[in-house]
Structures are given as C-alpha cells and as structure tokens.
Design a binder for this molecule. Structure first.
Ligand code: ATR
Length: 289
C-alpha cells in the first residue's frame, strides 16, 4: 500500500543547528497523529532565500507552514502576499502559512508569544516602568507589542551597545506604532534599573554563561521581574544576580514555546488543545537537557 507523502513544515534561517523548533513541532505532529514533518531549511544567503521562495510557489510543493528566524524575519516581507496587521506594524514575520493555491500569508507570533509568557508570569505591563537591553530583532517584536497593548506601560527605556541602531529601530517603528512612551538612552545609568518593574535582556551577553554584566547588578531589586530571552543556559549570570536580590526571574524558553503554539495554531487553523501544548513544552524542555 502506498502511503501519502507527509506535509512539510519547517524553519528557514541560518544558523539552525541548535534550533529547538523541530523537536517541539514534530512532537506535536506525532501526538496528533498528523502525517507531517518539520524540517530545518538552512539558507545561507539572500540568493538561497530567493530560490527557496520560487520553489515554495510551485503547485506541487508540499510545504504548508514555515517559521522564519535570523537573519530573514524582515527579508521575507517582499515574498509575502498577505501580511497580518500586527506583523505589518512590527515589520517582521516569523510564521508563514502557504495555502493550496501557494498563496503566502505572514504573521508575527514572537510579540504575542512574549505577552502570553508575561501573562503566565502574572506581570501586567499597565503603568509599569520597563527597561530593555538590546535593539535587535527580538526587541523589535517585544517593543511593538508592549506599545500596542491596552495595558500601557508608563515608560519603556532602551539601551543598546550601538545607540544609533536603537534609535533607528524606534524611529522606524514610530511610523506605524505610537512610541511616545519609549526613550532610547545613551548612557546605561539612565535606564534607572533601580526604579524599573521589568528588565528585559535581548542581547547575547550571558549566552556563554560569562560573568559579564551590562548593568550595575547592585541596581537590581526584589520588586522587579528580570527577563532574559536567553534560555540556554537556563539561568544566565544576570538571572542569578537578580535571584540573589530577591527579584522574580524568567528565561525565554516559554516565549519560544508560546510563539511556537501560536504558529502551530495558524497552520492548523484552530487552537491546539492543552494536552498537545503540554507535549510541545515537554519536548522543548527535554531538548535542553
Ligand atoms: P536578536 O534577533 O536575538 O535580537 P540581533 O538582532 O542580532 O539578535 O540583536 C542582538 C543584540 O544584542 C543587539 O542589540 C546587539 O547590539 P548591537 O546593536 O550593538 O550589535 C546586542 N549585543 C550582541 N553582543 C553584545 C555585546 N557583547 N554587548 C552588548 N550588546 C551586545
């Protein structure tokens, strides 16, 4: 008996060797008994990206859903037929749905994934003072969502090693999102971490477990949430220092989880049941052991 070839899902980006997305999504497919497989598509440059999308348009291409990661979240925009309004405001896409006519739909689930995690942590951004370290792709999504929700923070201060990049990021987002409560600071002390309710690190400092801090750790305090998007190691030196001060801490694994669940919902066209979400979370956690 001939079995149907599986539907293809996957992730495009580079480098992908350490991506946990295949584990998470393949675990869900298996649990749901869906004939589908999630693969990695390592695309080394813009030319490969272009060829990939040409191929994706082919009538017999069995790929129906993709995640997009570094460095292509903005570069895929010209290839998309229909962009979700939130993704359009962010100017970055991390999830694609491709229908049977090979029409490509783009979404951003990074921002909503972050918000879902904040909800799980019982952190309501309303009237809070938020500080962000870094101004790359992750900050783009997080900042956008924090400026679009109804529970408006009092202010959001951003510090980046390269001031001009943070300034350019906020300027570019300003054309579609009200950024009036956002301030880019040139001097890290001006973040006033001692007054912050939430500190978010989106830089790669701490990724190797190195004892290097961008901020003065004596300014961390017990009445704040310290959120490091790094999840491997599970506890960066920044999170350790925050914990030692009695602060609530969180790493970015749940943000990865929630963005994955929201991407899966787009592909399935419905909300995945809790028991399958559990399978996805366990697969992620297992992947880190
Ligand atoms: P992501 O998509 O994960 O946000 P990214 O877009 O490459 O990744 O952004 C990485 C961020 O980490 C940037 O803000 C970068 O600062 P620059 O804009 O100055 O490059 C920041 N970063 C990386 N290494 C850093 C370091 N050693 N010290 C301080 N900031 C660093």
């Amino acid at each position: 008996m001939l079995s149907e070839p599986p539907a293809i899902y996957g992730i495009i980006g580079t480098p992908l060797a350490h991506s946990l997305s295949p584990l998470m999504h393949n675990a869900a497919f298996k649990a749901l008994k869906v004939n589908a497989v999630y693969k990695t598509f390592e695309l080394v440059d813009d030319e490969e990206l272009k060829l990939f999308f040409e191929d994706l348009r082919e009538k017999d291409n069995p790929t129906f859903g993709l995640n997009v990661t570094v460095p292509y979240k903005e570069k895929v925009l010209p290839y998309i037929d229909v962009i979700d309004p939130f993704a359009d405001k962010v100017g970055a896409v991390n999830t694609l749905v491709i229908d049977h006519q090979r029409k490509i739909f783009g979404f951003n689930t990074d921002g909503p994934g972050f918000l879902s995690h904040l909800e799980e942590l019982k952190f309501n951004p309303k009237d809070k003072r938020i500080v962000i370290l870094g101004a790359g792709g992750t900050t783009r999504s997080i900042l956008s969502v924090l400026c679009l929700i109804n529970q408006k923070p009092t202010n959001i201060k951003i510090f980046n090693r390269t001031y001009s990049k943070a300034k350019a990021l906020v300027d570019s987002l300003s054309s579609k999102i009200d950024m009036s409560n956002v301030e880019v600071v040139d001097n890290i002390e001006d973040l006033n971490v001692e007054l912050a309710d939430l500190l978010i690190n989106t830089t790669s400092v701490g990724l190797k477990g190195e004892e290097k801090f961008l901020i003065d750790t004596t300014t961390l305090h017990k009445d704040m949430l310290v959120y490091d998007v790094i999840y491997n190691p599970k506890e960066t030196p920044l999170l350790k220092a925050a914990k030692a001060k009695g602060a609530q801490t969180a790493n970015g694994l749940s943000m990865l989880f929630y963005q994955g669940v929201l991407a899966f919902n787009h592909w399935a066209g419905t909300d995945i049941e809790d028991k399958y979400k559990k399978v996805m979370r366990q697969a992620l956690e297992g992947g880190l052991k």
